[in-house]
Design a protein around this ligand. Structure first.
Ligand code: SAM
Length: 333
């Protein structure tokens, strides 16, 4: 077995539990009219096509038996709109996955934080693109900033830490809030990450207009903070920095730079869509349909799945080029 193949045998899994999301972030999902005009239809799984919790757990067990599964991130669409999600978290937690986390827009988080924690969730990543009520509403297509901030308070209170927040930086939309967002992170003890927008989904058409590089983000941060690069974590998407403000507050911020510093070479992520397709790369949506395998007996499932994972990993694209314009909500962000 080659060295590369050995490294790849460690995997992490992002599980999309729904492709529905009540928000329509400007860079993620265009309006319905625009969607159909540009042929951007999501996978739009119906309830019957969506994997059951039992199927998801079978798949996780099979992957765990063949690979070194370092973590599971539950995502979507918006995962908190999937009914009974707390039950899935409890089922996955029983499987003994080292790092069980959730990515959410935070709109429904305040009411579910403590039950998620009780069910065994370890961490939460929250999308937060603005601290201005009106800008947040505009970017997210109707989101309520207060709800997400309450969700952040709730996860901090119940100890779902470290809390990470993600801000997609968009030129002339929220790029004036970079320092403010970093300060908010220092004050609340949140690890704020600044993401480069990717030319996928609705952002594909406006990429040049919106793109802000991580280098520009650093320049802006340096006007207010001292920044010290932290050692790179193997396989991580984020390059982290220790930041200190003039008042002795310290914290960590991260840069996620898929465009200017692609991390494809160390990527070990697999994505499972809500409808049961295993993908190796955001830029490729062919993948392998694993849904039909899930009814098979355990040894057959294990063998077929190991093969499917290897095939999926081989489909990773270096560096990523977004040849297929699916939406993040349907792929599982
Ligand atoms: N609903 C959840 C949420 O809001 O976090 C999970 C799904 S969402 C698709 C996951 C992440 O994808 C979000 O942090 C969002 O900002 C990011 N995203 C979507 N489209 C993007 C794009 N074109 N470029 C960069 N990030 C994008």
């Amino acid at each position: 077995m080659s060295g590369l193949r050995q490294i790849r045998r460690a995997v992490s899994l992002r599980i999309s539990v729904t492709d529905r999301c009540p928000l329509s972030c400007v860079y993620c999902r265009p309006s319905g009219k625009e969607e159909s005009k540009r042929g951007l239809a999501p996978f739009s799984s119906t309830r019957a096509e969506i994997l059951s919790f039992e199927e998801i757990v079978r798949l996780v067990r099979a992957i765990k038996s063949c690979f070194d599964l370092s973590g599971i991130r539950i995502t979507g669409g918006e995962p908190l709109v999937r009914r009974g999600l707390v039950r899935l978290v409890a089922m996955l937690s029983k499987e003994g996955v080292p790092d069980l986390s959730l990515t959410t827009n935070g709109q429904l988080l305040a009411e579910s934080a403590s039950s998620l924690r009780g069910a065994g969730l370890r961490r939460v990543n929250i999308s937060l693109d603005s601290l201005d009520r009106r800008t947040y509403h505009a970017i997210t297509g109707g989101g309520d900033l207060e709800r997400t901030l309450s969700g952040i308070d709730a996860v901090l209170q119940c100890g779902l830490t470290p809390v990470k927040s993600n801000m997609v930086v968009l030129r002339n939309i929220n790029d004036h809030e970079i320092v403010r967002m970093a300060r908010f992170g220092l004050e609340r003890g949140i690890h704020v990450r600044f993401l480069e927008v990717m030319p996928i989904g609705a952002a594909a058409a406006r990429f040049d207009e919106w793109f802000v590089s991580s280098a520009d983000v650093v320049r802006e941060l340096e006007t207010a903070f001292d920044l010290h690069a932290l050692p790179l974590v193997p396989g991580a998407t984020s390059r982290d920095f220790l930041v200190c403000d003039g008042e002795g507050r310290r914290g960590v911020i991260g840069l996620i730079s898929p465009e200017s510093v692609p991390f494809c070479g160390s990527c070990r992520r697999l994505r499972l869509t809500a409808g049961g397709r295993l993908l190796g790369c955001l830029a490729r949506v062919d993948g392998v349909d694993v849904g039909p395998m899930l009814g098979r007996r355990a040894p057959v499932l294990r063998a077929q799945l190991a093969d499917a994972v290897e095939k999926t990993l081989a489909l990773k694209q270096y560096p990523q080029r977004f040849v297929d314009q699916r939406l993040m909500v349907s792929i599982g962000g």
